[in-house]
Ligand binder design. Sequence first.
Ligand code: HEM
Length: 400
Amino acid sequence: MVYDLFSTAFKADPFATFARMRQDDPIYAHHAPNGSTIWYVTRYEDVVAMLRDNVHFVKDIRHALPPEQLNPARRTNTHQLINENMLFADPPDHTRLRGLVNQAFTPRRIENLRPRLQQFAHTLLDRVTPFGQMDLIADYALPLPVAMIADLLGIPEGDREQVAEWSQAIISPGSRGHSYKVRKQKIKGLLAYLSALFKERELRPRDDLITALVQAESSGDRLSETELSSMVALLIVTGHETTVNLIGNGAFALIQNPEQLALLQENPTLWGPAVEELLRYDGPVETSTTRWVGQTVVYKGHTMQRGDVVRLVFSSANRDTAAFPYPDHLDIGRSENKHLAFGLGIHYCLGAPLARLEGEIALHTLFSRFPHLQLLTNPNRLTWRSGVLFRGLNHLYLRL
Ligand code: HEM
């Protein structure tokens, strides 16, 4: 059986395909035209097992391929900026990087964002109110997390437009639209800017994440400038690509399930569990980032060769009947909800507390101000972002 995991039709309803895969091909080998093998793993139990196995399934390509097979582009600034961070590292590098960043990414720092987040949610909704309608994605779901990441990092207001312009080079799908030369120039601009900002914060510390990252130290060890830039790039990317989909997919799911929305409107204390259920039901990250088979392994009868790519399909595992009763039902009262929307194990999402706070405030504020939101597009005609990594709407036009 061949599964088409890239077509527009698949993206409109991936869950039917994932259900077939879980049933018939839970560990499915896709043979790419370049000869490489990509394994798609769709059952909850297998996804969990592989997320916990950091010996056979690794994140750093150097632990899976011999040096002669590594792409020479690895040494470029662009590659380093995007890849030299904890998400693409294995222990002990991962342990060191995450430990240093954890010092800066404190619960207090996240909680301090709450009033600003609440206020900005209202500002964005005030802007669209006179029009009686909006594109939820462009007008609300995207600007909110983007502004929060800039606030958290401490990027001065006056620089944000320029930083956003340079950041296009590292954020999809904009990055694909740029020529190599333009992309290189933008990355150079971003790197030079960040380098100056790191120096500035070292000399004149402030209460922001960049200062905390610059100062983070453990046993005399600090983050190098490349590691600092790559960490900031990772935060810029996650700030643009993930929470936007929690707000977009979440609002869409609640509009489609008015009886669940009514429960929330009667009892706002349910917003916390509701966000967890929305993450499970239609979460922002469809598959894991790339894992590599680090040592050839026979898993449930499948020989996974060293160097093969593995993608763990979170959106499928979260709909597995073996883990969740009636998984295709949105049920904000679900009692045990061990969803995998934030992954699991050592790479469990660092930003989960921030994403939860953003999702809850954004959705609660939206539906409190506009309790009768209506879709302006037939749900079957909505378009979803391409690619297997993220799950999110391109637009969601709503009547307020
Ligand atoms: C609802 C929004 C979000 C979702 C669903 C999400 C999901 C995930 C997932 C599934 C992973 C693990 C990927 C893997 O194992 O392949 C991850 C890792 C990560 N996320 Fe998030 N994320 C979200 C928001 C954020 C935000 C807002 C930030 C930063 C402020 C962030 C920062 C990170 C970082 C740094 C990692 C790498 C952790 C590591 O490798 O140890 N995420 N995220």
